[in-house]
Design a protein around this ligand. Structure first.
Ligand code: XUL
Ligand code: CO
Length: 446
């Protein structure tokens, strides 16, 4: 390590909940504590997002960046190298095990792709060296195919074949990089894979190209022996008016159309779920039900603002239900919880980088604790099992076994009084369950 980039901050310790005041310490995340049969670090597999944490200037559409960072003033490859040193110091002090990056987060572009790749490889050489002397692993890497003006109308779904070719070459390098740094997953977020207006768009042709691109990527990964999991990250809109990977269900349908279910899974993000009109839990449930849950981007939006804010997750209710789905899934496998999140523009000091991750990690750790307790007491399972119990025996069991048809079912109900069928329904007791959930949160975390 060249120099201390965060000289005023030591390793963030676990202290438990002795103080009501938050600080540079974990109150819930105790990395090596075993709960529910696994260490917390293995349930949660926390990852730092390189682009937000080391690249963000915290600008917005009306204002310049406010971020004060230890590498301010450096440019080009000097900046890129300083950030690597700063990043590994940050990872070590925070106590995370993983990080994620886009190709363009870590090194500047050159005049040609060959020069760009050379810059990139110089930086990934540094990653590999640091990985030898630390426990850090890459959760996933990805290609930024949305910032450069060449991607104005998409990458693989661009109307322009030269752009498709460039994107293919960029992802080829991305998969080579994934293999080199041992990335456990490789992500595709279709930054501009969608359209702004149907007036100028051949949607079918664009989607066919996108499906073809993902198949080509899977073929290349196989060819080079890259064994990480390939992931698609749904998002409904922003920057495009409509994005083809709208939400989990749409992306699963896309995967089935283009024969990708065997090779790809999903990377799901909280704020993206909300933009699609869903909860985070809904998206995770949809993926889990299809056996396609890959990894999670951990963040949240704001009820009052309808765009992608990438706020650090602080909502205990949401993290509890997200972790409930993860526990039901038996964990995240190769996936993890990547903080695709940035501090607010007004939280601009280097220590805010730590505070923001600490609250995110603690909120998910607390959510994990509550989820395990709910699961242990079978609170929701018992309720749900009882709600569907009419399918366990009699006509319900026959329906599920495929032994009934419309005629036999008609026979069964045709002469029964309306009140008889009505009395077969039971209350869903939604509010009662929410009250119980509140009690579990309060009691587990006290
Ligand atoms: C954008 C987004 C991306 C992807 C990676 O909303 O979530 O940061 O996670 O490209
Ligand atoms: Co994301």
């Amino acid at each position: 390590m060249q120099q201390a980039y965060f000289p005023n901050i030591g390793k963030v310790p676990y202290t438990g909940t002795s103080s009501l005041k938050a600080g540079l310490n974990f109150q819930y995340y105790d990395a090596d504590e075993v709960i529910g049969g696994k260490k917390m670090r293995d349930w949660l597999r926390f990852s730092v997002a390189y682009w937000h944490t080391f690249g963000q200037k915290l600008d917005d559409i009306f204002g310049d960046g406010t971020a004060i960072r230890p590498w301010d003033g450096l440019t080009g490859m000097d900046l890129a190298k300083a950030r690597v040193d700063g990043a590994f110091e940050f990872f070590d002090k925070l106590g995370v095990d993983f990080f994620c990056f886009h190709d363009r987060d870590i090194a500047p572009e050159g005049d040609t792709l060959r020069e760009t790749n050379k810059n990139l490889e110089e930086i990934t050489d540094m990653f590999v060296d640091y990985q030898k002397t630390s426990h850090m692993k890459v959760l996933w890497n990805t290609a930024n195919m949305f910032t450069n003006p060449r991607f104005v109308a998409g990458a693989a779904s661009s109307p322009f074949a030269d752009v498709f070719a460039f994107a293919a070459a960029q992802v080829k390098e991305g998969l080579d990089t994934a293999k080199k740094v041992g990335a456990e997953n490789y992500v595709f977020w279709g930054g501009r894979e969608g359209y702004e207006s149907l007036l100028n768009t051949d949607m079918k042709r664009e989607q066919d190209h996108l499906g073809q691109f993902f198949n080509m990527a899977a073929d290349y990964a196989k060819e080079i022996g890259y064994t990480g999991q390939l992931l698609l990250e749904p998002k409904p809109k922003e920057p495009m008016m409509h994005q083809y990977d709208f939400d989990a269900a749409t992306t699963i349908a896309f995967m089935k159309t283009y024969g990708l279910e065997g090779t790809y899974k999903l990377n799901l993000e909280g704020n993206h779920a909300n933009l699609a009109g869903h909860t985070y839990q809904h998206e995770i449930r949809v993926a889990r039900s299809a056996n396609l849950l890959g990894s999670l981007d951990a963040n949240q939006g704001d009820k009052l603002i309808g765009w992608d804010l990438d706020q650090f997750p602080t909502n205990l209710y949401e993290t509890t239900m997200a972790m409930y789905e993860v526990v039901e899934n038996g964990g995240l496998g190769k996936g993890g919880l990547n903080f695709d999140a940035k501090p607010r523009r007004s939280s601009f000091t280097p220590d805010d980088m730590f505070y923001a991750h600490i609250v995110g990690m603690d909120t998910f750790a607390a959510g994990l604790k509550v989820a395990l307790k709910l699961k242990q007491d079978k609170v929701l399972e018992n309720f749900v099992a009882d709600r569907y119990s009419s399918y366990d025996t009699g006509v319900g069991a026959n329906i599920e076994a495929g032994k009934e048809d419309f005629k036999s079912l008609n026979q069964l109900v045709i002469d029964r009084p309306q009140s008889d069928i009505r009395s077969a329904t039971k209350s869903g007791h939604w509010e009662e369950l929410e009250a119980t959930l509140n009690r579990y949160i309060i009691d587990t975390l006290k």
